[in-house]
Design a protein around this ligand. Structure first.
Ligand code: ADP
Ligand code: MG
Length: 180
């Protein structure tokens, strides 16, 4: 994808974000998350994928399906500042009032890739280390950026083709349009 330099040396990077929510009203939650992402400094939303329902995995307790989508943004924020901003959004939106004071977290925002940067710090791994194993990421990403080459991996459409079949088990279109 493109990288544009402005008058200073600062770069604007194309960044993929993974969005997931599974409690409360997941469609409203993801729409509000996009509104908050759009309001971040130096940040524009370039594309939002269709939504998919995904059965939860890696959990023992029964849980509702996740609503998943991805979006592409351009941002002048650093990866660390973007991660911090996303964590504030997760915290603000990702809770529903339950029987306990706050029930489980409802919103997950992941940095899937950040231009062609490779980052491994204590808090941040980019590209996201499980991106190539996740149908709920590759399916929506291939809807909006099939030919994008994820640094160190492969083109998105090739990653989707190479995915284990069971990584797509139970994933189906949600037909929930996220307000742009
Ligand atoms: P997951 O997103 O894998 O289901 P969590 O959202 O609970 O799990 O993980 C959050 C932690 O993952 C955060 O503390 C954050 O520092 C770390 N992390 C590492 N790499 C990334 C990334 N690319 N995007 C978002 N969080 C990341
Ligand atoms: Mg996360």
């Amino acid at each position: 994808m493109t990288q544009a330099k402005n008058a200073s040396t600062k770069t604007t990077e194309w960044v993929g974000l993974g969005l997931g929510a599974n409690l409360g009203d997941p469609g409203a939650c993801l729409s509000q998350a996009l509104t908050r992402i759009r309001a971040l400094p130096e940040t524009q939303i370039k594309a939002v994928s269709p939504t998919y329902w995904t059965p939860p995995w890696g959990v023992t307790e029964p849980q509702p399906d996740y609503l998943n989508a991805v979006c592409l943004i351009s941002t002048g924020l650093s990866p660390e500042d973007l991660l911090m901003a996303l964590q504030v959004i997760e915290k603000d939106l990702g809770r529903v009032r339950g029987r306990e004071r706050y029930a489980a977290r409802t919103l997950d925002l992941d940095i899937l890739f950040f231009g062609d940067r490779v980052i491994h710090t204590a808090d941040l791994h980019v590209p996201h280390p499980r991106l190539h194993q996740r149908g709920f990421v590759l399916l929506p990403l291939s809807d909006i950026a099939p030919y994008f080459e994820v640094v160190g991996l492969d083109r998105v459409d090739h990653l989707l083709e190479a995915l284990d079949e069971d990584a797509l088990d139970g994933i189906r279109p949600a037909h929930i349009h996220l307000a742009p």
